[in-house]
Design a binder for this molecule. Structure first.
Ligand code: AKG
Ligand code: FE2
Length: 249
């Protein structure tokens, strides 16, 4: 993670508070990674089901410009188990406190189980702002297989001044603001398997989400260390009122 400027205090706090949960690393502009968002058992179930499944050309769900650079395969909507698989993912995301704190989801939507075989990739693009199922404030990728199983296939976030590259362990989620250009490098060996999706957040502005995430982290830390003190109550009041103030109507 050396190449990424990690905001140390985030991960320190989160690890302290959510010692029972997972290792979270927060980067600039709310690019976060959470390990083990899916347990090994769930991953096994998903991967087992995907082996049986029919995949179709990913171009079918790409916007008019992204279609020019999209070269992958996606689980067919006709696959009998697709709703079940989606339910498993939604449940894992809904049960994860850190994910909920950081994204404040109104709607998690448009899941796509994607597969990139040798020679496949997804060139530079920006995700559509509006999809059939909702607005896209946050994009996410959950890695379904190990980075050792393929070469290439990095998810690259293209910032104004630099690029960040992510090739993460099985069961890890990365989520990032949907406003950025990004791409998936061509897979040169093996197969890359992911599920991607989008979040319409109650808080569409990333800076506001970051303020709320900080406050929520601190109030939970105070609660964890000192219990429900007067300081906690006042901070909680500010958090709630700010959330109400910021939330989209
Ligand atoms: O596979 C990924 O990690 C991201 C794919 C992507 O950018 C998309 O489906 O819009
Ligand atoms: Fe994308």
């Amino acid at each position: 993670m050396d190449e990424i400027r990690t905001i140390i205090y985030f991960s320190r706090h989160l690890q302290e508070i959510f010692w029972f949960l997972l290792r979270a690393e927060a980067l600039f502009y709310m690019i976060l990674q959470l390990e083990n968002i899916l347990t090994p058992e769930i991953l096994q179930t998903i991967n087992h089901q995907l082996e049986e499944a029919k995949f179709i050309d990913g171009k079918k769900t790409a916007g008019w410009h992204a279609v020019k650079v999209k070269n992958n395969e996606q689980l067919s909507n006709q696959f009998s188990e697709i709703r079940n698989l989606e339910k498993i993912i939604y449940q894992a995301l809904n049960e994860n406190i850190v994910f909920q704190m950081a994204t404040i989801p109104k709607k998690i939507h448009s899941l796509r189980f994607s597969r990139y075989s040798q020679g496949m990739g997804y060139g530079s693009h920006v995700d559509d702002a509006l999809m059939k199922e909702g607005r896209t404030d946050i994009s996410f990728t959950i890695f379904l297989n190990s980075p050792q199983e393929y070469e290439g296939g990095e998810l690259i976030l293209e910032e104004v001044n630099e690029e960040r590259s992510f090739k993460l362990s099985t069961g890890t989620i990365i989520f990032y603001p949907s406003y950025s250009l990004h791409r998936v490098e061509t897979v040169t060996k093996g197969v890359r398997k992911v599920v991607v999706g989008w979040i319409e957040s109650w808080i569409r502005d990333v800076q506001k989400r970051e303020i709320l995430f900080d406050l929520d982290t601190v109030r939970r830390s105070i609660f964890h260390k000192q219990g429900k003190t007067a300081e906690f109550d006042l901070l909680s009041k500010s958090y709630s009122n700010l959330l109400r103030f910021f939330a989209d109507s």
